[in-house]
Design a protein around this ligand. Structure first.
Ligand SMILES: [Cu+2]
Length: 127
């Protein structure tokens, strides 16, 4: 009887452990999914896609940046973010927590094309 109780206890422990493990794995996948993919192309093509980003004050914003054509760079001066060069096909991930609301302009800061000067977008941070 005592052996059966121990066996049942171990089985229950294994089942609960497996369920908790799967739940943890799934929630960590979800966390990695949270980022916004931001792609760069010279402005005669599409420029930044998306051109407008939305975030909430106090909540981490994760951006995965990549380029579809030539080397670009991402500069968001109000939050002190400068990725440096982003080569075509490579990914750079940045994460930061906006500490104020407003609309902020981000730029390409690598001379990428004759239309480089118009390659910008907006980050809108809401309450
Ligand atoms: Cu540029």
């Amino acid at each position: 009887m005592r052996t059966e109780l121990i066996a049942a206890g171990l089985l229950l422990f294994a089942i609960v452990g497996t369920i908790l493990g799967m739940w943890h794995l799934e929630s960590s996948y979800r966390k990695h999914d949270r980022g916004v993919l931001l792609t760069a192309e010279v402005p005669t093509e599409r420029g930044w896609q998306p051109r407008i980003l939305h975030a909430r004050i106090g909540q981490a914003l994760r951006l995965r940046l990549t380029s579809k054509d030539v080397t670009h760079g991402f500069l968001l001066p109000e939050f002190g973010i400068n990725t440096g060069p982003i080569s075509p096909g490579e990914f750079t991930t940045i994460e930061f927590v906006p500490d104020r609301t407003g609309t902020f302009t981000f730029y390409c800061n690598v001379l990428c094309s004759p239309r480089h000067g118009s390659m910008n977008g907006r980050l809108v941070v809401d309450e």
